[in-house]
Design a protein around this ligand. Sequence first.
Ligand SMILES: Nc1ncnc2c1ncn2[C@@H]1O[C@H](COP(=O)(O)OP(=O)(O)OP(=O)(O)O)[C@@H](O)[C@H]1O
Ligand SMILES: [Mg+2]
Length: 239
Amino acid sequence: MVVTETARTCLKVGKLTAHYDETIALQDISIEVREGEIVCLLGRNGAGKTTTLRAVMGLLGRRTGAIEVNGHATEGLPPEAIARLGVAYCPEERGIFASLTTEENLLLPPVLSPGGLSVDEIYEIFPNLKTRRSSPGTRLSGGEQQMLAIGRILRTGAKLLLLDECTEGLAPIIVQKIGQTVSMLRDRGFTVLMVEQNFRFASQLADRFYVIESGAVIDQFTRAEIAGRLPHIEAALGL
Ligand SMILES: Nc1ncnc2c1ncn2[C@@H]1O[C@H](COP(=O)(O)OP(=O)(O)OP(=O)(O)O)[C@@H](O)[C@H]1O
Ligand SMILES: [Mg+2]
């Protein structure tokens, strides 16, 4: 799908700066995501990718700069209020509760706006989860846990999904399945901002990319531009 310049902006991050105690984590990060896009944040370990997503969700204490979700400034809003603007976050650590079943985990996040998928629709996307609906979180494989972590944010009604390293540690066949799922979600009207270390995977899926290094955006390009500047990108990512 080609997203035109005129598509509505779902997320606008302008000159975002954030600290952890006295350490500066993000410096003047500016990012834009338009409706229907899959946008990817790339960068080495510790670059500031997760911190950027956490800032969007209002999970950082202190930050400066402007963040708008679906046209609304998020300054000073608590995470629940930001989520209600139509954004959901699937964290790197997945956050599956071991003592709850698959279905209980699925039902955990609240439905915040209309248009979320039903549990049956989520089971249609991830049939494995249906088979495992009564299994405790601990019994799920890494791939099943990742599918559950993605599946449960689809109930909330958010159309902008923030996915942090959703292929990390998974077998190639599962990575492929997750790629197909993200692509299908875009076809169903979702917009995705993802963080990826797996450049090969991301380069086949995302429309646009930002490279983050030491808390700053050092490069940005579209999928079509990758071939012409591959050596430069690989050097920036340490590949
Ligand atoms: N809770 C925290 N307290 C202090 N420093 C932190 C905290 N979380 C992250 N940092 C530091 O902030 C910087 C950015 O971290 P962040 O987790 O955003 O990186 P990342 O790009 O997501 O890395 P990775 O690819 O390893 O997940 C790093 O230097 C990290 O050590
Ligand atoms: Mg991270």
